[in-house]
Design a protein around this ligand. Structure first.
Ligand SMILES: [Zn+2]
Length: 142
């Protein structure tokens, strides 16, 4: 519906996120160059259930570890659990503003706590990457 196109995380990013969150993240759609984000003041990304909308490119996004953790946290730990709804989010923003609403505080705290572990996981998955043209036999399951 919204103009933009789907992009996919690099394999190492996806594996690092799955190790970190302890669940599959392949079902989360990431939409780059989304017009939708432009309606959100100054936002570079915005989330919905199973969706991350980006103002810019997926390539830039996936290279930005803290931003990746922050946005996936909103989707995996807030939207998917039913904790975050549009109504609640707006209420929180109305009461406390964007920066101080609890969904943003939680996402920033998670990012600050987990970023080093995420980077270590990323490095680990990067080094275990197979050479080009070689495909793994084992398939990951959720
Ligand atoms: Zn946020």
């Amino acid at each position: 519906m919204w103009v933009g196109n789907r992009c996919h995380p690099p394999k190492d990013v996806q594996l690092a996120l799955e190790s970190l969150f302890g669940e599959a993240v392949g079902g989360i759609q990431v939409i780059q160059y989304s017009i939708y984000v432009r309606f959100h003041w100054r936002a570079i990304a915005t989330t919905r259930p199973d969706r991350i909308y980006l103002r810019g490119s997926g390539k830039e996004f996936f290279a930005d570890g803290p931003l990746v953790l922050h946005e996936y946290f909103h989707v995996v730990r807030q939207w998917a659990t039913g904790d975050l709804t549009i109504g609640r989010y707006l209420r929180e923003c109305f009461r406390r503003g964007y920066w101080d609403n609890r969904y943003e505080i939680e996402a920033r705290e998670f990012t600050a706590t987990e970023i080093f572990r995420y980077r270590a996981l990323l490095a680990q998955h990067r080094t275990s990457e197979l050479p080009p043209g070689v495909h793994p036999i084992r398939h990951r399951s959720a």
